[in-house]
Design a protein around this ligand. Structure first.
Ligand SMILES: [Zn+2]
Length: 314
């Protein structure tokens, strides 16, 4: 089946007047429930990431710093990033739940998974929280897949921002390949074509910068072509997706002019590719998306595509 993580616990990361706030998930949950979609999925149990799991992607200094902020009750820990007293537990649960989805999909119990978690993770670097992100959930899940015996994992990041944290964590790693399409130039400033990995990881990072004003259909054509080439070279056994929906044209933070249908098209493309190369195994985790109604509609389109792939592979 398609696994779904959707739980009020992820609303307990309180950020005050901030675009990345609990209301995002309230709107998504109401929208999906009104359509009966959660009933068509298997519920993914919430799971806390252990220190051991976190430390495969992050340094002990990062964890110590987040523990100290938690003991103080939270605060503004970085220019854009806020923590409340519960935030670290929520972030641990986000990462642990994505890792649990990886366990189940890797075992073949379920085809694919969507983890509607907060806070987002893809800007969190080995030693530093950044850009609304505390722990890099997708990176923790990818290293978890390696611990289960996967040889090659591919992370596809279509959030409108470059996934600099994920890139940093795996820049020298040939077992976790990273593809990111993103608006450029834009926050966080990285993600140029020339960034392709180093050492044993050389060639296993692929960046597709997209300039503002590029027609979405043209952008999608380029993304699909480059993901195809990269995937055929990497031959992953599992695909993880950093699913950000802030490329939507109404998004107040991102905006690459995309409509909901573009997220639908891209997800169908990814699931078909996964069906061809890795038994359809896809684990997707929510990153950005800050227009609540368009986020909810985009998540619905993304989930419908995952459900369609599951139905085809059964
Ligand atoms: Zn983003």
């Amino acid at each position: 089946m398609t696994l779904l993580a959707l739980d009020p616990l992820f609303q307990r990361h309180e950020t005050g007047a901030h675009p990345e706030n609990p209301h995002r998930l309230v709107t998504v949950q109401q929208h999906l429930e009104a359509l009966g979609l959660p009933n068509r999925c298997a519920a993914l149990p919430l799971t806390l990431a252990s220190d051991e799991q976190i430390l495969r992607a992050h340094t002990p200094e990062l964890l110590a710093s987040l523990n100290e902020w938690t003991a103080r009750g939270g605060g503004r820990i970085e220019a854009d990033t806020v923590m409340s007293a519960h935030s670290l537990d929520v972030a641990r649960t986000a990462a642990g739940t994505v890792a649990e989805a990886v366990s189940r999909v890797w075992r073949g119990d379920d085809t694919n998974a969507l983890c509607l978690v907060r806070p987002p993770g893809h800007h969190a670097r080995p030693s530093d929280p950044m850009g609304f992100c505390l722990l890099n959930s997708i990176a923790i899940a990818a290293t978890h897949a390696l611990s289960l015996g996967a040889e090659k994992v591919l992370v596809i990041d279509f959030d409108v921002h470059h996934g600099n944290g994920t890139q940093d964590i795996f820049y020298e790693n040939e077992r976790v390949a990273f593809f990111s399409s993103h608006r450029f130039p834009f926050y966080p400033g990285s993600g140029e074509r020339a960034e392709t990995g180093s050492g044993p990881g050389l060639g296993f990072t692929s960046n597709l910068p997209i300039s503002f004003g590029t027609p979405p259909d043209k952008a999608l054509e380029a993304i699909e072509r480059e993901i195809s080439e990269f995937t055929n070279r990497v031959r992953p056994e599992l695909i993880l997706v950093s699913a950000g929906f802030d490329a939507h044209r109404l998004d107040p933070v991102g905006n690459l002019g995309w409509e909901v249908e573009h997220f639908s098209r891209l997800t169908h493309f990814i699931t078909q590719l996964a069906a061809a190369v890795c038994h359809g195994r896809v684990v997707s985790a929510l990153e950005g998306g800050y227009h609540p109604r368009k986020l909810a509609e985009s998540v619905e389109a993304h989930l419908q595509a995952l459900l369609a792939c599951d139905a085809e592979t059964r």
